[in-house]
Design a binder for this molecule. Structure first.
Ligand code: PAZ
Length: 341
């Protein structure tokens, strides 16, 4: 079969990316928080999700393990209650799924709050790659189906790590799809994590929508063109999502170390936006990255310094930037624990 060029349709053209130089919305106040959570419906499975998170946290607290909440993937904004159309966010969950594996290797228990069907730790090596999973198989000498020689060793290593995490119950997978599900879940899990005090680390890598349609304005059924057309155009009226990071830091998990990510497309804006984020939300660490280079370099911004982490030209294609990010975050978490003892 001829080798086809791999076409990627999920990577936006960065020349037409949105302009983020406009000022941010104000930080969410207590009133915005109560208003948001009182006027939007919690997901019906929320109690179940909290129970699972509580059980997991209790187990690892009793074992003295550090626990990290990794958020991963993009949120959706449904345009209808019976959702046919929705606005999406680009993230595939690579950062989150890869980071989770490195945290597990360092002995952390991981709550992985992820966009359903986005990349997962361990299976990410095989699920969204260029190959169909059947390409990893071959016929053995006795005619049975086996792993193809060229993949066997690497897959064996991944399989061992996956099994270890599963056997020791170190990985809890909790899904979301919409931005509303994400916000309710994040608040509830952060409150559970707070019972761990400084052993809790929040690592917020999900790409969360800045806009949504409140439930009060959400059409129940599929939007009919004639009902929403103005001057021949479909007009969608979105509200800003309240900026909850300050509430997370002050009220939901005040004991935990909190790391957020900042994504930009304009390199001249990145450092300023990271610093602004620290000043507004008063958390410990912002990791800045550019859409175009996020797999090769990131910048850590704290109150005292800015430090870049970069893959080098000579690094093989298997070296992942998360192998630099996670040890540096853990070092900062250890210092945080020491300083708050
Ligand atoms: O999932 P992915 O690896 O393609 O992308 C990761 C990322 C760029 C979404 C993440 O590193 C990040 O910056 N998250 C925060 C996005 C934001 O500023 O809202």
């Amino acid at each position: 079969m001829p080798q086809l060029r791999q076409i990627h349709t999920s990577q936006p053209s960065t020349s037409s990316a949105i302009d983020r130089s406009v000022p941010d919305f104000p930080v969410a106040a207590v009133d915005d928080e109560s208003h948001y959570f009182a006027s939007n419906e919690p997901p019906e499975y929320l109690d179940e999700l909290v129970k699972e998170a509580q059980c997991f946290v209790d187990e690892h607290k009793s074992k003295g393990n550090k626990v990290v909440l990794v958020t991963s993937g993009g949120t959706t904004v449904p345009l209808e209650n019976n959702t046919v159309r929705f606005i999406d966010n680009f993230s595939a969950g690579t950062r989150g799924a890869t980071s989770a594996e490195y945290f597990l290797e360092e002995g952390y228990a991981v709550i992985f709050l992820h966009r359903e069907f986005s990349l997962l730790p361990y299976s990410r090596h095989y699920s969204h790659t260029t190959n169909c999973f059947l390409d990893y198989m071959a016929e053995g000498k006795d005619g049975s189906l086996v792993i193809a020689d060229k993949y066997r060793d690497e897959m064996h290593q991944v399989w061992k790590k996956y099994n270890e995490a599963r056997d020791k119950n170190l990985l809890l997978l909790l899904p979301f799809t919409t931005v509303n599900q994400y916000l309710f879940s994040l608040r509830a899990i952060a409150q559970v994590m707070d019972t761990l005090g400084t052993s809790a680390l929040l690592y917020l890598a999900a790409a969360v929508s800045d806009f949504f349609i409140p439930v009060s304005r959400m059409p129940e059924h599929k939007i009919q063109a004639q009902d929403h057309m103005e001057g021949g155009k479909l007009v969608v009226n979105l509200d800003p999502v309240p900026k909850f990071l300050r509430r997370l830091v002050d009220n939901w998990a005040p004991g935990a170390m909190i790391t957020s990510f900042k994504l930009e497309t304009d390199k001249d804006l990145l450092l300023r936006k990271c610093t602004q984020s620290l000043e507004r939300y008063h958390h410990q660490l912002v990791i800045g990255n550019l859409l175009q280079t996020r797999k090769k370099e990131v910048v850590f911004v704290t109150n005292t310094k800015q430090q870049w982490y970069r893959l080098k030209d000579g690094d093989g294609e298997n070296k992942e930037i998360e192998s630099l990010i996670i040890p540096a975050v853990i070092q900062q978490h250890d210092e945080y624990i020491k300083n708050h003892a």
